[in-house]
Design a protein around this ligand. Structure first.
Ligand code: TXA
Ligand code: MG
Length: 350
């Protein structure tokens, strides 16, 4: 299959031909990759079981890992979800369109092929104009996981989608670089107390301010890596770079000293090491391939470049990557959740 890549200009109009064509492909049961504000998604008609199955095949995704349904209008939530509590409506009012996914009991109309066999459904209204345009053109309900091959970092550029899925899907809509760079926050409303199953740009604190009571899934393994996560997708070894990734955590000057020491040792033993540092620290590394992920004065920049950097290291065939750690109470939670998984929880404390 030939994959067509179409650039969508920032100021695209209501009747954009590429988006209409993409919507038609999805309506007819095909797949289209498209930009959202978090990462690129791989879309199919969420209400068509055959179309959903194609997503799993194209990504090599385990069939028990459910998909998120993307909508373009808050009122469409009622058509696919049951028992929507008041606090979930408050979050939708506050954060939709945006990087927040919520889980509810599903309605009959949603096929189990889309929900990985579950009776619950994950729903998100994305904030990207191309995504919203495509959802409307496709009939209102697009099931979309991140548009990477299963196990690879999520795509933050259309080029990343092409690296993974070229020849496997008919169309990629190219909306340039995404804004956020890590996947949406997932909040489960199907239990007694709302629970964060995946941290993201919308933090625990931001949610607490709107609805009060909210829990973090203990299975996220931020403290105990052996606890099983509640979101099926969070149990797979995701975001894994080809090289071994090791996080160094502690005071900045000690971290830098330790990484320089490890770099030297790696080189002596014949390895090609890489470093993930920041604009502030990169000059201090003396060996290896050094990359700046962003600046500590703006943690958004760190989230935005994480996956791109992991992909770049894959292409440069490094053997081991040493990374500074980026745990802050805000977005740092989400960044560290992804980094700990990519590192298989290998952390050196200094
Ligand atoms: O930002 C995002 O959420 C992106 C963009 C494309 O919207 N999408 C995304 O989808 O990250 P995906 O499939 O890569 O991740 C969805 C996660 C998986 O961990 C999956 O297990 C979980 O959501 N999930 C989906 N439906 C669920 C459900 N009913 N119950 C529990 N977890 C669910
Ligand atoms: Mg994914």
């Amino acid at each position: 299959m030939k994959t067509i890549v179409k650039k969508i200009a920032d100021n695209f109009g209501n009747q954009n031909q590429e988006i209409i064509t993409a919507g038609k492909i999805i309506k007819e049961g095909g797949l289209v990759a498209f930009p959202t504000e978090t990462v690129y998604g791989l879309g199919a008609d969420a209400l068509n079981p055959t179309a959903s199955r194609k997503i799993y095949a194209a990504k090599g995704r385990p069939s028990d890992n459910p998909l998120i349904i993307h909508i373009a209008d808050i009122k469409d939530l009622e058509n696919i979800a049951l028992h929507i509590p008041v606090n979930a409506r408050q979050l939708a009012e506050k954060f939709w369109p945006g990087p927040l996914t919520m889980i509810f009991e599903k309605r009959e109309i949603v096929p189990k092929e889309t929900t990985g066999g579950l009776d619950t459904v994950a729903v998100r209204m994305p904030a990207h104009p191309v995504a919203l345009g495509l959802i409307r053109a496709a009939g209102g309900y697009i099931a979309a996981p991140s548009a990477n091959t299963s196990g690879k970092p999520s795509p933050t550029l259309a080029e990343h989608v092409a690296q993974d899925l070229n020849g496997r899907i008919p169309m990629i809509l190219d909306g340039g670089a995404v804004q956020i760079g890590i996947e949406s926050t997932i909040v489960d409303f199907s239990g007694e107390i709302p629970m964060i199953l995946r941290p993201g740009y919308i933090t625990l604190d931001m949610i607490q301010k709107v609805i009060g009571e909210i829990q973090m899934d203990p299975g996220l393994g931020m403290e105990d890596p052996s606890a099983p996560p509640k979101a099926p997708g969070m149990k797979y070894k995701h975001y894994a770079p080809k090289a071994e990734l090791i996080l160094i955590d502690g005071e900045q000057d000690k971290v830098q000293k330790k990484i320089n020491h490890l770099l030297k040792e790696a080189i002596i033993s014949g390895k090609t090491p890489g470093v993930i540092g920041t604009k502030e620290s990169c000059n201090g590394y003396r060996w290896g391939i050094v990359k700046s992920i962003g600046t500590r004065s703006d943690e958004d920049t760190i989230a935005r470049h994480l996956y791109q950097i992991l992909r770049e290291f894959d292409q440069q065939n490094v053997d081991v990557i040493y990374s500074e750690s980026f745990s802050t109470p805000g977005l740092g939670q989400a960044v560290m959740n992804r980094m700990l998984k990519a590192a298989g929880h290998q952390v050196i404390k200094v």
